[in-house]
Design a protein around this ligand. Structure first.
Ligand code: PLP
Length: 430
């Protein structure tokens, strides 16, 4: 059903709105094409009767003035630290400043002393190597999947890679390791059984075209019971390069996450190359980190595919600042002092007149599935969750057993007041 005929005639014309001084001023941050897109959209809704004719101008003014970036910042009250749907790791303020500094012209590939071209991202690589002295060299690419693609292609494009059946992993959202590797033309040879793979299984599988052994950390599940897997020191005895995809990006051991492998230990145990993500437990930007043998890292750096997978200057800046700066938000939230967490939760509950329950926070991001982070949450009526998602600031809470649970674990202390007012608003709506 469209607008009535006499109403239709009163709808302002596109060019009139585009030339309206107030519209132009409200839309000054937007391109001409974007303003036109907004105006046409509003007019189409008026013609179809979805929008009253008298509301057209106000709607145009409001829409052209909206920010040019549409992402909505979210207060993460779920207690899930690396939340995939919220963009994994929130960056430290140091990393944010570094990204702003790198946004303009910056000496990312220039040696200012000589005025000549310099190695790209040298400082980030050095920062990484200071954090993992067991690595001889490091290369940073777009993400963990890119790192895996690059390393497998470089080592085994004309051959095959061995992988245990117990490590044929689906990471999340349908992303599986085997098809990724095979998409590069590398053949994947399955070794052993789901629960048990022995050194002899690897040794028996080696043929004339075997180029490397891959070990993938099953980040998001555990096989327990009657199990056997082979360590790096043993695998090394087979005389092939051993690649370890540790996934989470821990650079050194974390006592709070005893089952998570880390880069330093994995290299010391005998892996030739370690692959990890930058935006999981490391708490940095999206990146893929390759660490290990200088000969292999150099080969990866010189491989033609490396150019297609390289990271931008903004990522290099954020990663360097994450590595050199104070504890990033992700490790901070993982190691939160329980007493302080309880105190903050009780204070918020008191102000809201709500109760507190014990809850278990999660590492998230497909990591450490068996690690629960003991904590507390404020209990609200279930219907609050929707109003919190739609409010400003936007708050994502956890809904469980008919309750809306607010966990302040991943909320910066300076955002607590904003959180409280968002909750007061949500409570007033239910
Ligand atoms: C997360 C993960 C990946 C993929 O890394 P991205 O950075 O998401 O591309 C690969 N392997 C393992 C074991 C992982 O946990």
């Amino acid at each position: 059903m469209g607008a009535r005929e006499d109403d239709r005639r009163r709808i302002p014309r596109t060019d009139v709105l585009l030339n309206d001084a107030e519209v132009r001023s409200a839309g000054r941050d937007k391109s001409v094409a974007e303003v036109e897109f907004v105006v046409r959209g509003v007019l189409a809704r008026a013609r179809s009767g979805q929008l009253g004719v008298d509301d057209v101008r106000a709607q145009v003014l409001s829409e052209v003035a909206s920010p040019t970036y549409s992402g909505t910042p979210v207060l993460n009250a779920t207690g899930v630290v690396v939340h995939t749907n919220l963009g994994r790791a929130p960056l430290s303020s140091g990393a944010v400043s570094a990204m702003v500094a790198a946004a303009g012209y910056v000496d990312v590939e220039l040696d200012l002393a000589t005025g000549r071209r310099g190695p790209r991202g040298l400082a980030t690589r050095e920062a990484l190597l200071r954090c993992v002295p067991a690595a001889e060299d490091a290369l940073i690419v777009n993400n963990g999947a890119a790192a895996l693609t690059l390393v497998c292609t470089m080592l085994a494009q004309d051959g095959e890679v061995l992988l245990s059946r117990g490590e044929m992993v689906e990471i999340g959202d349908g992303f599986r390791i085997p098809p990724l590797i095979e998409s590069t033309g590398v053949r994947l040879r399955e070794v052993g059984m789901t629960n048990r793979t022995r050194l002899a299984d690897y040794a028996d599988a080696i043929g004339p075209r075997t180029r490397a052994i891959l070990k993938v950390h099953p980040s998001n599940f555990r096989v327990s019971g009657f199990t056997t897997s082979v360590g790096f020191a043993e695998l090394r005895t087979l005389g092939l390069p051993v690649i370890a995809d540790v996934g989470s990006g821990l650079l050194s051991p974390d006592p709070a996450l005893p089952d998570e492998p880390d880069a330093a230990t994995t290299l010391r145990d005998g892996a030739d190359l370690v692959i990890a993500s930058g935006d999981k437990l490391l708490g940095g930007p999206q990146a893929g980190i390759i660490l290990g043998s200088s000969a292999l890292v150099e080969r990866a750096r010189r491989h033609p595919l490396a150019r297609a997978l390289r990271v931008d200057k903004i990522t290099l800046a954020a990663l360097e600042a994450t590595l050199r700066g104070v504890e990033a938000p992700v490790p901070h939230y993982l190691h939160l002092d329980p007493a302080r967490h309880e105190e903050r939760t009780r204070r918020l509950a008191d102000r809201l007149g709500a109760t507190v329950v014990e809850v278990t926070g999660r590492v998230g991001g497909g990591g450490a599935p068996e690690v629960g982070l003991p904590g507390w949450a404020v209990v609200l009526p279930e219907a609050c969750a929707l109003h919190l998602r739609r409010g400003r600031p936007t708050v994502l809470a956890r809904v469980e057993q008919g309750q809306c649970l607010l966990d302040v674990r991943c909320i910066p202390e300076e955002s607590e007041e904003a959180l409280e007012s968002a909750v007061q608003f949500a409570l007033s709506q239910v």
